[in-house]
Design a protein around this ligand. Sequence first.
Ligand code: UDX
Length: 455
Amino acid sequence: MKPCARRPKVILVPYPAQGHVTPMLRLASILNSHGFDPVLVTPEFIHRRISPSVDPAAGAGEVITFLPIPDGSGASNSVPRDFFSIEKAMEDVMPVHLERLVNELDVADNGVALMVVDLLASFAIEVGNRCGVPTTGFWPAMLATYKLVAAIPELVREGHISDCGIPQKESEIRRNPSLTTQDLPWLIGPVNARKARFRFWTRALHRSASLRWLLVNSFSEEEDKAEIQCFRDYPTIVPIGPLTNPSPLTKNTSFWEEDATCLTWLKNQEPDSVIYVSFGSWVSPIGRDKVASLALSLESTRRPFLWVLGPSWREGLPHGFLERVRSRGRVVSWAPQVEVLRDRAVGCYLTHCGWNSTVEAVQCGRRMLCWPVAGDQFVNCKYIVEAWRVGVRMAGFGEREVEDGVRRLMEDGEMGERLAELKERMMMAKANSRKVANMAGFVEDLRRITEDDSL
Ligand code: UDX
């Protein structure tokens, strides 16, 4: 590592998916405002989508540099959404290119002060270590999910899971909300890939042992505080979230073009009437059969709805569906989600419980009808439904399920109040001294190491 002059360079490596790049860009923006020079490194297939969004109107010195590394996808313009093909690119192709880039940046100008690495892109931790650059981790989701992953050695030791990650008994791991072995992120999805997913997580955990800090895109709840520093010695947990403000340095961080016509459509709907349906960027695939059932269930509510559904998934819609619901339903490929959620026509949000979507819904005061699909979404759902009580879980995809869910949401007279309180807690976490102190403490520590070349 070279000594750093005025604006120390920080390389940020997100996991290459929408729900990870967006918060990492927000962090880049914060680091920029603290006097660092952020460089966001993504595989080519992401870079091609986000780099044109850089806002040229940003002031002097307010810059995020976007740099691509090859990922083996060639000139393909599609964004892979398959977990294992992304893992293969990260393990087999990207490390050598990232290492070259870090070494190039480290000799240029001031050198590289720090790398910030998404724990799901843990290959970059090893690259940082090889290049001698201090590395901090970034966890884009809830602290609770990180705790489940960090508890792997303990779960094996206590016999909850085998050393391949397979549950040995259905047991409660944490209380309030109750998290059981069934909520462990690697168990969700095809059964034959559970061991491979477990290897992914144990590898990330193993690599994270060399981290100095872990920045978490979450706010700590009361029960977290006591635990934060004691459940693992390293890395030091720094809750800095939720990161919600759009980066002033970029115009738009969407990988896909937003269909803004749905905002005009929303303006013509009654307040609190519309069901907004989106399963996030990563998994529209709730499955073709479920697309058909959900369509029928939405149709039978007789309520207006706005559904984000990619073109290839529309093939699963029942015959004549789009024509029948034309007067009260809109289906779009990608929506300006935050603006949609802000619109007063939206009454509730049928969601996959992705962490970014959850935070956005709370910020906009929207009740959630939950259908988690993968990874951390089941844990987020438990918090939404059981701990915060700002949503209900949909029972299934039968014809009455959406209507029943919407009714349960609307009948709960105190849910609006709880949402407002939760929003307040989230916003306070962003603004209050704890968060400022966390970030400031981290930055101060960072400054010390950037000035101390001996580290
Ligand atoms: C995944 C996990 O589900 C999530 O919990 C983890 O923290 C990150 O990786 P994803 O499935 O993409 O993320 O969901 P989510 O975290 O909710 O992020 C989706 C983002 O895409 C949100 O910021 C949302 O506003 C945006 N979005 C989604 C749009 O802008 N338009 C859309 O039409 C749909």
